[in-house]
Write a protein that binds this ligand. Structure first.
Ligand code: 5GP
Ligand code: ZN
Length: 122
């Protein structure tokens, strides 16, 4: 399993940094975001270190599919039975902060804001 010793999400996978885990299998881990942006805010990550969505390759197809399946299940298990949102931020324009691929799963109960806001900051 490929890991990056400087990556905080690799450290979460290895339990060096504690997290509130909600799902785990051989390929994927899901834990609660430390600074939730919605009542449900989970992060779905591959256990293998992949820097971001722009870096994925054909060999990652299986784990990418797994992330989607797991996102659907954990969202419903967390109470988001009436819908939720997934977000993958990538790179500078996508405002990615942690360079280990992760899918945000965000849920209500009340409806979320519509899509995104543009940012004047450079
Ligand atoms: P990004 O901006 O890269 O899409 O999202 C990174 C997310 O990781 C942020 O929502 C942030 O709150 C979350 N995060 C950063 N460090 C930690 C941590 O140590 N533990 C947990 N649970 N979440 C973290
Ligand atoms: Zn990593």
């Amino acid at each position: 399993m490929s890991t990056d010793p400087h990556c905080i999400f690799c450290k979460i996978i290895e339990n060096v940094i504690p997290s509130s885990r909600v799902y785990e299998d051989d390929e994927v881990l899901v834990f609660k975001d430390i600074h939730p942006s919605a009542p449900v805010h989970l992060l779905v990550i591959p256990k293998r270190h992949i820097t971001g969505l722009s870096a994925v390759q054909a060999a990652d197809q299986q784990v990418l599919g797994k992330m989607m399946l797991v996102a659907s299940q954990v969202a419903k298990d967390a109470g988001s039975t009436d819908g939720f949102r997934t977000i993958i931020n990538d790179g500078r324009v996508g405002r990615q902060d942690v360079f280990h691929l992760h899918m945000h799963v965000l849920g209500g109960p009340t409806p979320l804001g519509r899509m995104i806001a543009m940012d004047d900051k450079t």
